[in-house]
Design a protein. Structure first.
Length: 280
């Protein structure tokens, strides 16, 4: 009897342990697929407090907009450009399509902003330049946390401002990948430009040959008698200057508005990225 009671108590204890372990596992499992948020300070440019603050800001942006947000510093780009380092960092650490990499590259002395997915529509070339210009003021003076914070704030601002791209174009081939007025289109590629030029030359040559043939009466069968038909008559004509009129038109100054209109992309690892960099 005593052994049976002991076995029953042991079984209940084991059951409680299993339930506790299951509860711990469930608490550790995410209830939804969180975006990746990474603050990777390889170059040790940030204090612990700065890294923690930036991680919180990045997490807020990532969850509100469903993005991958990565803040990276490096002092060894492994022989790669800042562009390639940022792009490959995204490919190596993210599975989602939409996101940004904010990079401070001490090896190449460059700040770089890499965009992917839907961010191509929000962060146009002009908006990239604005983010980099603002971050440069901090990074060039050694305030690396300030540079990251500024890029995060401007990224969030432009997302809230709405999409700015009217055209997304492959900077390597010239192909128009997307346009606001025509959707996806193949655009003008170098091959199409060359083919159009050759067709134009062929049409022009055919027209010229036809005109020459008509005027020369089948290429030499008829000759025009210049001495018989030639006449020369000279007249005097004077031009009088009356008045001078000058038209002036005001050319609007580029104010650097939040639009931009154009996003230039490049390919890394078979994936299209936007973005740009600024040396410091």
């Amino acid at each position: 009897m005593r052994n049976r009671m002991h076995q029953t108590a042991g079984g209940k204890r084991m059951l409680w342990i299993l339930l506790l372990l299951m509860l711990i596992c469930l608490m550790g499992m995410p209830v939804f697929a969180d975006p990746n948020v990474i603050v990777d300070d390889q170059a040790e440019l940030l204090t612990d407090e700065e890294a923690s603050s930036l991680r919180s800001r990045a997490w807020k942006l990532a969850n509100e907009e469903d993005l991958n947000v990565m803040l990276v510093t490096t002092d060894d780009a492994g022989g790669r450009s800042s562009q390639k380092y940022a792009d490959w960092y995204y490919l190596d650490h993210c599975t989602g399509e939409d996101g940004v990499v904010l990079l401070i590259d001490m090896d190449n002395r460059e700040i770089y902003l890499s965009t992917s997915g839907k961010m191509l529509y929000y962060i146009t070339d002009r908006r990239v330049d604005d983010c980099l210009d603002r971050a440069y003021r901090y990074v060039s003076s050694g305030d690396y946390a300030g540079g990251f914070q500024t890029m995060l704030e401007r990224t969030a601002y432009y997302i809230q401002s709405g999409t700015g791209a009217n055209v997304i174009q492959d900077g390597e081939t010239g192909e128009i990948l997307w346009s606001a007025d025509g959707g996806h289109t193949r655009g003008l590629t170098p091959f199409k430009i060359l083919l159009s030029a050759l067709l134009g030359l062929a049409v022009s040559a055919a027209a010229a040959i036809g005109v020459i043939g008509r005027y020369r009466m089948k290429f030499g069968k008829y000759k025009y008698n210049v001495n018989l038909h030639n006449q020369l008559k000279l007249e005097r004509k004077d031009d009088s200057f009356i008045r001078k009129q000058v038209m002036r038109r005001r050319i609007p100054k580029n104010t650097g508005s939040s639009g931009g209109g154009h996003t230039t992309t490049h390919s890394t690892g078979g994936h299209s990225f936007g973005g740009g960099g600024r040396k410091f």
